[in-house]
Write a protein that binds this ligand. Structure first.
Ligand SMILES: [Fe+2]
Length: 235
């Protein structure tokens, strides 16, 4: 923790605060800094693990946060920042024949992506994705939200990049959240990143079950400009 903070400082990254004992639930030790576009990033270690029960067969309760996708006005710069400073590695890229490279999937461990960076009009949250126990639980969760009248943005379907399933919904604050499952695990020694053309329908939606990826989906995903850039949120 101390070594990383020192390295970031030398590289000119702005720290919000130096490594210290964290006062948030679970405690631990950590620090915060601003990324290249002003998002607040917190690094932590030794945070206590919350006691939790096992999720049973058929329960549409998320088992973990799967990944987060952020919009960036400078996706190449943002990708370079996370690769250089935090050790993320490129798993796959989505491109469009007219618009060029549009999304970078980055991994920090064997999961195909924990972070992805999408080209957008401004820095903002694209979506946060929650992993369900398996395919059955993912579909049950999707159906539960549909029955409850939650606005569906896109899905259900299975992406090619990461091979994970997707159902995107709008939360009460207008942020997009996703239910997913079966995200691919990559073999570090043999993986080669793909460049996928997402104007091919089977790239976004292998099964052909989702509504088409159109202006509506894209606009909802841009979200509002993050008003907290270079302003650390209160702890
Ligand atoms: Fe996702």
């Amino acid at each position: 923790m101390d070594a990383l903070a020192a390295r970031l400082l030398v590289a000119g990254v702005t720290l919000v605060h130096e490594p210290t004992a964290l006062q948030t639930p679970g405690g631990g030790y950590g620090f915060r800094f601003f990324d290249n576009e002003g998002r607040t990033v917190e690094i932590s270690a030794e945070v206590a693990i919350r006691r939790h029960r096992r999720i049973e067969v058929g329960e549409s309760v998320p088992v973990r946060l799967s990944h987060v996708v952020i919009n960036s006005a400078d996706p190449e710069g943002t990708r370079a920042f996370y690769e250089r400073h935090l050790g993320f590695r490129l798993s796959d890229t989505l491109m469009h024949p007219r618009m060029g490279e549009m999304m970078y999937f980055l991994r920090i461990n064997s999961w195909h992506h924990s972070l992805a960076i999408a080209r957008g009009p401004h820095p903002s949250l694209h979506h946060a994705s929650f992993e369900l126990r398996g395919l059955d639980e993912y579909m049950r969760g999707t159906g539960r939200l549909l029955r409850a009248g939650v606005e569906k943005i896109w899905g259900p379907g299975r992406h090619l990049a990461g091979n994970n399933t997707f159902s995107y919904f709008l939360d009460p604050h207008g942020n997009t959240v996703e239910y997913t499952t079966e995200l691919e695990l990559v073999d570090e020694d043999t993986w080669h990143p793909h460049l996928y053309d997402f104007s091919r329908p089977e790239v976004s939606d292998q099964w052909g079950t989702a509504n088409s990826m159109n202006e509506f989906v894209a606009r909802k995903s841009f979200n509002d400009l993050d008003k907290g850039l270079f302003v650390a949120p209160p702890v």
